[in-house]
Design a protein around this ligand. Structure first.
Ligand code: THU
Length: 129
C-alpha cells in the first residue's frame, strides 16, 4: 500500500528553501481534513528561518484542524532527523502523547517514536489554568 504521508513529505522536501544549510526537510501531518505539508524556509537573517514542521502545522490550522493524528519528517541525512526542540513544543500543542512521529530518509521510514518520547513532561495549556 502506498505510504501517503511519506510520499507527501518527500515531495514537499524538494521545495525546501535551504540555501544556507543545504539541508532540506519535508514534514507531513495527518489530521481529520487530510494531509498537510511543510518544508523548511531559511532566511539570510538566520534565526528567521522556519522549520518544515512549523509550515505543516500552519497549513493544518489554515485547513481548520487543531488535532494531529500522525507526523512524518523526511530528510536525507546519515541518521533519521527528529524534530528540533522548538518544533516538538509546537507539535505538542496539537498532538497528544500517543501520537506517532515517523522519521524517514532515503531508505524509507527508519524510526518510529511518539510525542511522549520526544517531549516528556511537556508544558501545555493545562499548566496555564
Ligand atoms: N530543520 C527542519 O526544518 N526540521 C527539523 O526537524 C530539523 C531542522 C531545518 C532548519 C534548517 O533550515 C535546517 O533544517 C538545518 O538546521
Amino acid at each position: 500500500m502506498k505510504d501517503e504521508l511519506l510520499e507527501a513529505a518527500k515531495a514537499v522536501r524538494e521545495k525546501a528553501y535551504a540555501p544556507y544549510s543545504g539541508f532540506k526537510v519535508g514534514a507531513a501531518i495527518r489530521s481529520a481534513a487530510g494531509i498537510h505539508v511543510g518544508c523548511n524556509v531559511e532566511n539570510a537573517a538566520y534565526p528567521e528561518g522556519i522549520c518544515a514542521e512549523g509550515g505543516a502545522i500552519t497549513s493544518m490550522v489554515a485547513a481548520g484542524d487543531t488535532e494531529i493524528f500522525e507526523v512524518l519528517v523526511y530528510a536525507e541525512a546519515d541518521t533519521p532527523v527528529a524534530p528540533c526542540g522548538g518544533c516538538r513544543q509546537k507539535l505538542a500543542e496539537f498532538a497528544g502523547p500517543d501520537v506517532v512521529v515517523r522519521l524517514a530518509g532515503a531508505d524509507g521510514v527508519t524510526t518510529e517514536t511518539t510525542m511522549a518520547d520526544l517531549l516528556p513532561a511537556a508544558f501545555g495549556a493545562a499548566q496555564l489554568k
